[in-house]
Design a protein around this ligand. Structure first.
Ligand code: GTP
Ligand code: MG
Length: 726
């Protein structure tokens, strides 16, 4: 099964607070730290928030439930009569009002949600699939144990404990209100016209942002011996019910002490002077080609909530033999029993009980499949607005992306909503900001619009304009009409005459194969931003997961674990769930470490070469582009600051200058506040230090995002690092 990336405690996912998604008001009024908007400090108060009920033009849907609720025709969620659009997926009640072209007639009467029967048809009509030699990820022990109530209770206890500490340590943070639109230049564009230039160079995909550094637990006792153990341990605590097995009864105490020790204690750091980069000479083994081994391609699947990302991922994995017929049959049966028959494919990646119950993805799932050219690392991201930070953390590893859009009437339009509710736009803007240049737009659910060419062309023109405005080149965008549910145009050409009559392009799998691999830089010192940590407290073992941005490692390599500057030795490496002795730039790996206390390995940290430590700083100068925010950003404004997989509370301490977007030159004028679409150089102070580098030195560690009140308010690059050592 796919590995779930664990985010530990997330600023945004106070799961307990979000139990009731229908209660939009409650959580719309609480910021990421649980502080009410009225208490917020920096942004001027926004009296009117965009409301779903404002859409006066919307007609009332005829279909209502007994309890005066209406059911969303796309995600089947029940919504209150007063809501004019679905609280979960944002689909309007009367889609016909929003049709952008004349395709309504084409789609009338078509089934929007094919449900289990069509799924079953497509499932069992497949030619027999080979069960993969290795499960994508498996650890029966973990799954079995995690179902035991006693173990769940322990996991929950530790989670609660963590949450208390975390909330206590973050009290007083406040955020600003700033809905925005994404029709502005990407940071790469800013950089390309800016002084801190990065000539069009190859890069090891972009990076940014992440999550709170929180320890996780591995359930495995065999991490070192059994390579699958490393990854399988990722079925850990994620704040939901996917609690862990094997957590000792003292876990809360351990976690508590972990959390406290995570604070940078400079006095106890193992300071080692960095060598000049020019002195670095890679060893021969680092650069050697791996004959016969497929290159890894990190592919993020992103898009608006309910667009079908997980269904697409699950269907692909099933068609390519990574999820067996038996497993699919089980998913189908269980999903049907729970009244979620149409989500059966999504269950392949939506593993937690909470995700399945709600029918939404909450954390990124990592799965693997082979195409002709690549070993694809599939990162199925959450589409819901509340989980954008999780999406950011997973998708920063992407070399390329599949942007899934829902072709059905009203749903595509909901994804394009510019008021912070349309994640098609937000995700597209974000992935471009991560440095992703190649995107496949999977226009999904074409079955719901009768595979209408007009609808496809309409979506292509609308979204195409937006993608170009984000900085995607026309030649780097591939458009594929498909139906994940009905298995049309995924791994083979379309068979439905309604599609094949007008579409002759490649299917999704062929499009994946036609993606170009970004140049990997194994010749530089090691840099591996830690996305995920798996720990076995009983054995004192720890594994760090993430994508190697530069350099290479092998078993026995010495690595420096930042920001706590602990040296460790690589005990074993796992790539694609298989053990390997060497891993190079671009590889997504789990690295088991020895000689280090697991407390010192945290998500958001970085593994690097002992002689070339990454910079640690709590004050940074950023060159940012302000997105379409409503109110101004003032000195003193507080944000969630994201950089690679690290996330930290930050405060704007200085606006250095505005930047002329045409020349990239700093303007003389120093404004007192920033407004939408302005480019500026600013200084931010972080509550705690993070690993960061100037963008010109390390792209992956030099991209930053500022978020507030659940919206991305600025994207940018690190232009100066005020190192804590200096
Ligand atoms: P989040 O991860 O929560 O953002 O959702 P998602 O994008 O992963 O969507 P998911 O795969 O969970 O699917 C949402 C709904 O769309 C489910 O009911 C699916 O059955 C349905 N769906 C997905 N693909 C198709 C399709 O090709 N055709 C039809 N008719 N329905 C589809
Ligand atoms: Mg999903």
């Amino acid at each position: 099964m796919p590995r779930k990336v664990n985010y530990g405690l997330d600023y945004d996912d106070g799961y307990d607070d979000y139990d009731d998604y229908d209660d939009y008001e409650d959580y719309a009024n609480a910021n990421d730290y649980g502080v009410k908007e009225k208490d917020l400090f920096p942004f001027p108060e926004v009296t009117e928030k965009p409301s779903w009920n404002d859409r006066s033009t919307i007609k009332v849907e005829k279909k209502t439930t007994k309890l005066a609720l209406w059911q969303c025709s796309v995600c089947n969620s029940d919504n209150e009569q007063s809501s004019s659009s679905c609280d979960i997926c944002g689909v309007l009640r009367d889609p016909a009002q929003n049709i952008g072209n004349g395709s309504a007639e084409n789609v009338r009467g078509k089934c929007k949600d094919s449900g289990a029967s069509i799924m079953a048809k497509s499932l069992f009509a497949q030619s027999p699939c080979q069960r993969p030699e290795k499960a994508i990820i498996s650890d029966e022990f973990v799954r079995e144990s995690s179902n035991k109530p006693s173990e769940k209770a322990k996991s929950q206890a530790s989670f609660d404990e963590l949450q208390k500490i975390f909330v206590a340590s973050h009290q007083g943070h406040s955020l600003s209100i700033a809905p925005f639109q994404f029709n502005t230049l990407s940071p790469d564009d800013m950089v390309s016209v800016g002084k801190i230039s990065s000539k069009k160079s190859s890069k090891v995909s972009a990076n940014n942002t992440g999550k709170k550094a929180i320890a996780k637990f591995s359930a495995t006792n065999e991490m070192a011996e059994n390579s699958s153990g490393i990854i399988s341990g990722a079925n850990q605590l994620n704040g939901s019910e996917s609690g862990n097995a094997n957590i000792k009864s003292d876990a809360p105490q351990i976690l508590a002490s972990d959390l406290h020790q995570m604070k940078l204690d400079k006095a106890s750091t193992n300071f080692r002077k960095a060598k000049p980069l020019a002195e670095y000479k890679p060893e021969k083994w680092m650069l050697a080609n791996q004959d016969g081994i497929l290159n890894q391609l990190n592919l993020a699947v992103v898009g608006h909530v309910d667009s079908g990302k997980s269904t697409l991922s699950g269907q692909l994995l099933h068609l390519l033999g990574r999820v067996s017929k038996k497993e699919m049959h089980k998913f189908e049966k269980e999903a049907k029993e729970k009244g979620k028959g149409s989500f059966a494919f999504a269950w392949a990646t939506d593993e937690s009980a909470e995700e399945r119950e709600r029918g939404i993805t909450m954390t990124v799932a990592v799965a693997y499949f082979d195409s002709k050219k690549y070993r694809v690392v599939l990162l199925d991201s959450p589409g819901h607005k509340d989980f954008v930070p999780n999406m950011i953390s997973g998708a920063t590893q992407a070399d390329a992306a599949v942007l899934v859009v829902d072709a059905s009437i009203g749903s595509f339009e909901a994804g394009m909503d510019g008021n912070g509710f349309g994640q098609t736009k937000e995700h597209a803007q974000l992935i471009r900001s991560f440095g992703v240049e190649q995107v496949i737009v999977a226009v999904n659910k074409m079955d719901t619009v009768g595979f209408s060419k007009e609808r496809f062309e309409f979506i292509k023109s609308q979204l195409g304009n937006f993608l170009r405005s984000c900085g995607f080149k026309e030649s780097q965008i591939t458009w594929i009409p498909l139906s994940a549910m009905e298995n049309e145009n995924l791994v083979t050409s379309a068979t439905d005459a309604r599609l094949s009559s007008w579409y002759e392009g490649s299917c999704l799998l062929e499009a994946v194969d036609s993606l170009q691999l970004p140049v990997r830089d194994a010749s530089k010192p090691l840099l591996l931003p830690i996305c995920d940590v798996i720990k076995s407290h009983s054995l004192g073992q720890v594994a760090a997961c993430g994508k190697i941005e530069t350099g290479a490692i092998k078993n026995g390599s010495r690595v420096l674990v930042m920001p706590l500057r602990e040296v460790a030795t690589v005990r074993s490496i796992e790539r694609d769930s298989c053990p390997c002795s060497v891993a190079r730039a671009g590889d997504n790996v789990a690295v088991s470490l020895q000689g280090i206390d697991g407390v010192h390995v945290t998500p958001g940290g970085v593994l690097c070469h002992p002689d070339y430590p990454v910079t640690v700083a709590s004050r940074l100068e950023l060159k940012i582009l302000v997105l379409d925010i409503m109110g101004p950003i003032l000195v003193g404004s507080k944000f969630e600051f994201h950089i690679h997989h690290a996330k930290e509370a930050a405060r704007l301490v200085k606006i250095v200058s505005l930047v002329d977007q045409k020349t990239g030159e700093a303007a003389k004028k120093t404004p007192r506040f920033l407004t939408a679409k302005q480019s500026a150089i600013i200084e931010v102070a972080l509550d705690r230090a993070v690993c960061a580098e100037e963008f010109s030195k390390h792209r992956a560690l030099g991209r930053a995002f500022l978020r507030a009140s659940g919206c991305t308010v600025g994207v940018g690059i690190v232009s100066k690092v005020f190192s804590d050592e200096s």
